[in-house]
Ligand binder design. Structure first.
Ligand SMILES: CC(C)(COP(=O)(O)OP(=O)(O)OC[C@H]1O[C@@H](n2cnc3c(N)ncnc32)[C@H](O)[C@@H]1OP(=O)(O)O)[C@@H](O)C(=O)NCCC(=O)NCCS
Length: 187
């Protein structure tokens, strides 16, 4: 069962996140703190939990992201102008004992459906190239959109336009997650 996260899930989500990323080669192992910081500092988030026998076995978090277009960068003042707002998917975790049973897919699908219904314009994610395309994500490079994290390859970065979104709107630009994700270069 996928339900919105409430404060009573916070401790379980923290424990789950620490356990999952400790067992994973991915991530930087600061994900549990990142979730806390996003709850505190990011205005728009969507956080869902997967419950089994009243236990949290999965979690997904979406937080506000934006794409700044090249002409905004050309102003030399990236805070000017109007970026395109969307959401960034991260982090996501399913307990190792419950992985590969479709729980991660249910979390992604439920989250994207809720965001689509709210008119979300795009979702970005960095992750497994064989996993995210099944939910409508395409390489962000197809939209000439890049991320600004130093050292992270661009080919693990994906973008899914919202259902009513014209692909042309993403005619190049730099995607930014919320600043709690750390430094992201403009160009
Ligand atoms: C990624 C993750 C959330 C997927 O959850 P899940 O419930 O296992 O996912 P599903 O059962 O819906 O889908 C399984 C698919 O996930 C993909 N997958 C899962 N773990 C993977 C891994 N380590 N490497 C590559 N692909 C992986 C596979 O494509 C798999 O498909 P298959 O079973 O047909 O081979 C889960 O494996 C996890 O928590 N991993 C550790 C943390 C992480 O990487 N989070 C994502 C980045 S923030």
């Amino acid at each position: 069962m996928i339900i919105p996260e409430t404060p009573e899930h916070f401790d379980a989500v923290r424990q789950l996140t620490i356990e999952v990323f400790a067992a994973s080669t991915l991530g930087h192992h600061g994900e549990a703190d990142l979730i806390v910081a996003l709850r505190q500092r990011c205005e728009h988030t969507l956080s869902l939990v997967a419950m089994e026998d009243e236990r949290v076995v999965g979690h997904i978090l979406f937080s506000q992201a934006e794409i700044r277009e090249p002409d905004l960068l050309a102003t030399q003042c990236p805070t000017l102008g109007t970026p395109i707002f969307g959401m960034g998917l991260a982090p996501m975790s399913v307990h190792p004992s419950h992985q590969r049973r479709g729980i991660g897919s249910m979390l992604v699908k439920e989250g994207l459906q809720r965001l689509d219904e709210l008119g979300n314009r795009f979702t970005i994610v960095a992750g497994h190239p064989e996993y995210y395309p099944r939910f409508g994500f395409r390489p962000a490079q197809e939209f000439s959109v890049s991320h600004g994290f130093q050292g992270m390859p661009q080919d693990v970065f994906f973008l899914r336009p919202g259902p009513s979104q014209d692909d042309d709107v993403f005619s190049g630009g730099r995607a930014h997650y919320h600043s709690v994700f750390g430094p992201q270069h403009e160009a």
